[in-house]
Ligand binder design. Structure first.
Ligand SMILES: Nc1nc2c(ncn2[C@@H]2O[C@H](COP(=O)(O)OP(=O)(O)OP(=O)(O)O)[C@@H](O)[C@H]2O)c(=O)[nH]1
Ligand SMILES: [Mg+2]
Length: 363
């Protein structure tokens, strides 16, 4: 990895511990996530290990390698591809004297830094606060374990630290509670609006899929919606809905949604439930996949699992839209009942897709 940084951005070292061997794809997605979050991936460190270390996640020898790399690469931040407990993150930050993120925290940071409206924003705030809580709890345990007068800390200071932590903890818990109540209220209102809408029975189609698959590009092509399509992960966070005439007498409502990614933070899946309500109640799902991606099958599986976890029923109509055909199709593409090959960028295969939508919804 030889990324250049002019100094205005933070340098990140990427780390992964796995029982499997490292390969060329090991850090691909994490690098993109780090880049999307606005950091520069400057170096990667991989450790093959049956089981991560209980205290530091990494073995002690590797830890020294990380320490040296922090100096060598002028790193400001460590990002693990793995999910780490609050206490491991705390231990690492203390030992390495640098900010340490895990994959979930990074994804939450990305979501939190993007403009997103209403309920989605509250949900992300809630997810972040829940993510912070175990770290604060962990810090409390550390403080109470530190016996005697440690370097620079007298008994009074320590007591003050504990009091402050208790205040932080209580504030955080209270904020979590308040957010939960607010969100419940919004959910109720949304349910009421939906049942009103169900009276006018325009068929609804939701575009779903892995992040960066080309969902927004397809949405724009079909509806001229002017949704931001960008070569970043999670370019779309808020769902956008537009009407579309398939032909002079067949009208549908089309929704572009947030992209999925593997190992989404659990609380973000809850956040998705609200923004993906449209998908849950859609008459038809267009599952857009980047068919040129090496990971197309894993990505497709992640999408199907995420759909199930937000409560989308198996029997909802689906079309597998294999996008980016201009870049070449990966020979091992998932086998689904309704498959359409397109290039949203070059508007290829779109008429056939429209016909297929029409056939499924209107017979
Ligand atoms: N070559 C090629 N690139 C495409 C095609 N469709 C989309 N892209 C590119 O893929 C990138 C991601 O496209 P988006 O439409 O933003 O993807 P998305 O699925 O909405 O992504 P998120 O909102 O981030 O989840 C952009 O750089 C698009 O120009 C295609 O058919 N061919
Ligand atoms: Mg998008």
């Amino acid at each position: 990895m030889n990324n250049k940084n002019d100094g205005s951005l933070k340098n990140a070292i990427l780390i992964k511990v796995d029982s499997k061997k490292e390969d060329t794809k090991t850090f691909t997605e994490l690098s993109r996530l780090v880049d999307t979050a606005g950091y520069v991936p400057v170096h990667t460190i991989f450790q093959r290990r049956e089981r991560p270390d209980k205290t530091f996640h990494l073995g002690r020898g590797k830890l020294e390698e990380v320490k040296a790399a922090i100096d060598l690469y002028n790193a400001d931040l460590i990002v693990f591809d793995d999910d780490l407990s609050g206490s491991k993150l705390n231990n690492l930050e203390k030992y390495l004297d640098i900010d340490v993120f895990d994959r979930q925290t990074l994804i939450l940071e990305i979501f939190a830094s993007r403009a997103i409206s209403g309920e989605g924003k509250l949900q992300i705030e809630l997810a972040r606060k829940k993510n912070m809580l175990p770290r604060i709890l962990g810090k409390g345990v550390e403080l109470s374990r530190q016996g005697g007068g440690g370097a620079g800390g007298g008994g009074a200071r320590r007591g003050g630290g504990e009091q402050q932590l208790e205040v932080d903890r209580r504030t955080l818990r209270k904020e979590i509670e308040e957010l939960t109540i607010k969100i419940e209220k919004l959910e109720e209102e949304r349910g009421q609006r939906r049942s009103k809408r169900q009276k006018n029975r325009i068929k609804t189609v939701a575009i779903v899929g892995y992040t960066n698959a080309g969902k927004s590009t397809l949405m724009n092509l079909l509806t001229k919606a002017g949704v931001l399509a960008d070569d970043k992960l999670f370019a779309t966070l808020d769902p956008k809905t537009r009407r579309l005439w398939l032909n002079e007498n067949k009208e549908i409502v089309l929704t572009d949604t947030v992209g999925f990614i593997s190992r989404l933070p659990h609380d973000l899946i809850n956040a998705f439930k609200s923004t993906l309500e449209e998908a849950k109640h859609a008459d038809l799902l267009l599952i857009v996949s980047d068919a040129s991606s090496d990971a197309v099958i894993d990505e497709y599986d992640t999408v199907c699992e995420t759909l199930t976890s937000i409560g989308v029923k198996e029997d909802v109509n689906r079309i597998l839209v294999l996008n980016k055909s201009d870049k070449g199709l990966n020979p091992i593409i998932p086998n689904a009942e309704n498959t359409v090959i397109i290039s949203a960028k070059y508007a290829e295969g779109i008429n056939y897709l429209k016909e297929k939508i029409s056939e499924i919804l209107f017979g």
